[in-house]
Design a protein around this ligand. Structure first.
Ligand code: NAD
Length: 259
């Protein structure tokens, strides 16, 4: 049986760890050739692509590009040479009150979390149009739909990603191209895993209580989403079943945004 995404090329930004890596893996397992990316250019980055290629039998490559630079974001798509599936996933966070939020952090978060998606899509959409098929998948967040204090830049950028997604969907609505945003709640990535020991120590809690009562306080399921589940959601959005799903958000947040 042919894998469903066989013959498609997927670019996943920010995919040398966490959600992006999970998505690249699931897209490759569904048959897509994948382009991994981050701003570093280490042997271990390229090894991740080799490992995915060996596991799935697809072509997997790693292309370094610092997405805080718009020209580099455009260059990533150009260098990939093909882009049937664009997953804009790269993102950073900084937590501080509005009055002390560093301007450099604001600029970096807006550039990496929002503007890079504009630049990659600007190059990818014409490529998809020429190929006669395409999927734009933007990784927003529960913070693309709701807010939390001390996350002004992140919440603004993620709301912007949701808005950008709708515009791309409308501009491609009559074509076999869709654009959607996935909005994860808390996902167990290395970044989140590393916060657990500190939280346990700060509140004098065991791991299970710290996760349940502190980290997952806003996630009614009291379970983390997994990178595999997010990858599976991306694969679904690439399927024919999802061909009429466009310009919307899919929450993978254990009920966070239902509260
Ligand atoms: P992560 O830190 O593991 O992944 C972020 C990725 O972006 C990494 O590969 C990193 O190298 C890359 N990146 C950072 N700066 C970059 C730059 N200048 N150029 C290119 N790549 C760059 O974190 P994650 O949790 O996997 O987050 C991935 C995405 O999911 C982000 O957009 C994040 O906002 C979003 N998200 C995460 C969670 C969560 O709970 N982990 C929840 C909601 C949304």
């Amino acid at each position: 049986m042919t894998a469903p995404l066989s013959g498609r090329t997927a670019i996943v930004t920010g995919s040398n760890s966490g959600i992006g890596l999970g998505m690249a893996r699931e897209l490759a397992r569904a048959g897509a050739d994948v382009v991994l990316n981050s701003y570093t250019d280490r042997d271990e980055d390229h090894a991740l692509a080799e490992e995915i290629a060996a596991e799935t039998g697809t072509k997997a490559r790693y292309i370094a590009a610092d997405l805080s630079d718009g020209a580099a974001a455009r260059g990533l798509v150009e260098q990939a040479g093909a882009c049937d599936i664009l997953v804009n996933n790269a993102g950073i966070q900084h937590v501080a009150g509005i009055e002390e939020f560093p301007t450099a952090k604001w600029d970096a978060i807006l550039a990496i979390n929002l503007s890079s998606a504009f630049h990659t899509a600007a190059v990818a959409v014409p490529t998809m149009r020429a190929a006669g098929w395409g999927r734009v998948i933007n990784v927003a967040s529960a913070h693309g739909l709701t807010a939390s204090p001390y996350k002004s830049a992140y919440v603004a950028a993620k709301h912007g990603v949701v808005g950008l997604t709708k515009v791309i969907a409308l501009e491609t609505a009559e074509e076999p191209i869709t654009a959607n945003a996935i909005c994860p709640g808390y996902v167990l990535t290395p970044l989140v895993e590393s916060q657990i020991p500190d939280t346990m120590e700060k509140y004098g809690m065991d791991r299970e209580t710290a996760v349940r009562e502190v980290l997952l306080t806003r996630q009614p399921s009291k379970e983390f989403a997994t990178t595999e589940q997010l990858g599976g959601t991306a694969v679904f959005l690439c399927s024919d079943h999802a061909a009429q799903i466009t310009g919307t958000t899919i929450s993978v947040d254990g009920g966070w945004t239902a509260l």
